[in-house]
Design a binder for this molecule. Structure first.
Ligand SMILES: Nc1nc2c(ncn2[C@@H]2O[C@H](COP(=O)(O)OP(=O)(O)OP(=O)(O)O)[C@@H](O)[C@H]2O)c(=O)[nH]1
Ligand SMILES: [Mg+2]
Length: 213
């Protein structure tokens, strides 16, 4: 349900596919702000993007991990962009693809001048894998603010998800990363994630009150 007057919600709901890039050189070179979704293959990046934009098939959701191998960009009405990065760490991905992930998504996180923040998606049942930690180090070095979302929270009971949230929160530097639980079917964590993204993109702060989780 869309609450009356929540302009940030309306803005994300107007996201439209812009382009897919196989190389960094194919990315737009205008100065519009971007927030990128990153994480392990199958962590729920595309699902989170769709849920936050209240659209069923903006980004492609797949049962086959490693599907998204391109950088997919979605444009908001003001020109700001949401970016779906290829997933990392899927065991069956051959070495050449891993190298291309580092060059493409790693290079994007490291060097993209318009990148204002990273939404790091981690399955609540397997958070902080070695590659997640590498990504956090990369984000820290590049000075990228991180919103770490523990996805598929609906797969755990209340106690277990709260314990995971505390454990992950204790490991991350609160100055560099915000942590929250997230679930598409439960709608959990969506309002907070929308607010974080809106703040990073500099979207109009007209909606002081967002909808509750
Ligand atoms: N139960 C549950 N399943 C989810 C949730 N989010 C995503 N999934 C499922 O997890 C699988 C992977 O989701 P995607 O959104 O495609 O994951 P991705 O990170 O974009 O994957 P790649 O693009 O392959 O890297 C799909 O089967 C989704 O339906 C959630 O909050 N709860
Ligand atoms: Mg995806």
């Amino acid at each position: 349900m869309k609450p009356q007057g929540d302009d940030r919600f309306n803005t994300l709901a107007q996201a439209r596919f812009l382009l897919s890039a196989a190389r960094l050189a194919q990315l737009p070179d205008d100065p519009a702000a971007e927030v990128a979704f990153v994480g392990r293959s199958n962590a729920g990046k595309s699902s989170a993007l769709n849920a936050l934009c209240a659209q069923k098939s903006l980004a492609r959701v797949s049962k086959t991990p490693g599907r998204t191998q391109l950088i997919n960009l979605f444009a908001l009405p003001g020109g700001e962009r949401l970016v779906d990065l290829p997933g990392y760490g899927y065991a069956a991905v051959p070495e050449p693809l891993r190298r291309s992930w580092r060059a493409l998504a790693g290079g994007y996180v490291e060097r993209r001048a318009t990148l204002r923040g990273l939404v790091l998606l981690m399955d609540v049942r397997h958070p902080l894998t070695p590659l997640d930690r590498q990504l956090l180090t990369l984000a820290g070095t590049a000075g990228r603010p991180v919103l770490a979302l523990l996805t598929k929270a609906d797969k755990l009971g209340r106690g277990a998800r709260a314990a995971t949230l505390r454990a992950v929160g204790a490991e991350l530097d609160p100055a560099a990363a915000t942590v929250g639980l997230f679930s598409v079917p439960e709608g959990l964590g969506q309002a907070a994630a929308r607010n974080w993204i809106a703040a990073r993109l500099g979207l109009a702060q007209t909606a002081a009150v967002s909808r509750p989780d």
